[in-house]
Design a protein around this ligand. Structure first.
Ligand code: 3EB
Length: 334
């Protein structure tokens, strides 16, 4: 399995090739356009501006074996022997965020049970007006309530929750994409941060249910899914108003996660310089400063893709996620 990022221009060439092995395509851009691929291939547009190219950024998920493409309810998905990738978008009626979140997660969890792909590896959540208050409650917290209800009803414990991202989108639909499979991932928590599912109630009565990272073995590779990571130490947001310091702290969090993964898994050596970073910025104008900090820490040749999206706490200006791959995993411990 691999994920790659192509600007709209490169995608136009790529599209001309055969794509038997595509699990699904996510397009990040202001404007929606119909899929230019075969309609069977799962495709979702996320209303979020790509900062590299106005025409959009394409995230492509593919495998080494040809998947089958299917639809069920609101989910469009692809499935192989060992993996399932899917997407859905659910248009929100006013006041329905908890319900549509709950319904989306119920649908995803039902599908996974049915397809015997019981383990979620990674979830992405794009939430309309994520920071807006609704009856004095921030909408991200309403989302958390719906998500927690679904996990709880399915009997899934927070400790085995998936790596995730939850950021804003400019549209009016909750968009969810996910990757699941047969194998139980090794959940990795960050020693610099309290587990999100243990956040104190000041961040909402239902905590966010996700793990900081998850490691899965796939065909001799160790694949590490790093959740959206922000400038949070313990449970507090630091460096309010300083996007450069927030970026450095976020990278320190990712470095700590990599170190933890390397400790937990014999023979692993994940490194900051191996990652392809996906960066969410609250303000497009911060792109140059964030790119500069990333290059200072990771190297001038750092791979990064930047999107404009609101982050789940008002004071956070940047959030960074990544997928890391390493050959030859030996034994897993802990
Ligand atoms: C944080 O660490 C920052 O609710 O699924 C990052 C990744 C964040 C995922 C989620 C939230 C989520 O709390 C925000």
């Amino acid at each position: 399995m691999e994920n790659l990022y192509l600007t709209a221009q490169v995608f136009a060439d790529w599209r001309a090739q055969p794509h038997e092995h595509v699990l699904g395509i996510v397009r990040f851009a202001d404007q929606s356009v119909p899929s230019s691929l075969h309609p069977d291939i799962p495709y979702i547009h996320i209303p979020a501006r790509a900062l590299e190219e106005k025409a959009g950024l394409y995230e492509i998920w593919r495998t080494s074996t040809p998947p089958r493409h299917r639809r069920q309810g609101s989910i469009h998905y692809s499935v192989t022997e060992s993996l399932l990738w899917g997407c859905l978008s659910s248009v929100e009626r006013p006041g329905s965020l908890i319900q549509i979140t709950r319904a989306a997660y119920d649908e995803v969890l039902d599908l996974l049970a049915q397809q015997d792909m019981p383990h979620l590896y990674r979830m992405w959540n794009y939430i309309p007006a994520i920071n807006r208050l609704e009856n004095d409650t921030e909408r991200y917290r309403l989302f958390n309530q719906g998500r927690q209800e679904a996990f709880r009803t399915a009997g899934l414990s927070a400790r085995h929750s998936a790596a995730a991202t939850a950021v804003g989108t400019d549209g009016n639909a909750l968009c969810v994409t996910f990757l699941a499979g047969k194998q139980q991932p090794l959940s990795i928590e960050n020693p610099r941060q309290i587990s999100a599912y243990h956040y104190p109630p000041q961040y909402g009565s239902s905590p966010p249910v996700f793990s900081r990272a998850g490691l899965v073995r796939m065909q001799g590779q160790g694949v590490l899914f790093i959740s959206g990571t922000a400038c949070i130490v313990g449970h507090r947001s630091l460096h309010v108003g300083d996007v450069r310091a927030q970026t450095r702290e976020t990278l320190a969090n990712i470095a700590a996660l990599l170190e933890k993964a390397n400790q937990q898994v014999a023979g692993m050596c994940f490194n900051l310089s191996d990652l392809d970073y996906k960066v969410y910025l609250r303000h497009a104008g911060d792109a140059a400063a964030v790119a500069d900090e990333l290059q200072n820490r990771v190297g001038k040749s750092a791979w990064m893709h930047m999107l404009q999206a609101a982050i789940c706490r008002r004071e956070l200006l940047v959030e960074i996620e990544a997928v890391a791959r390493r050959v030859s995993v030996h034994e897993t411990t802990a």
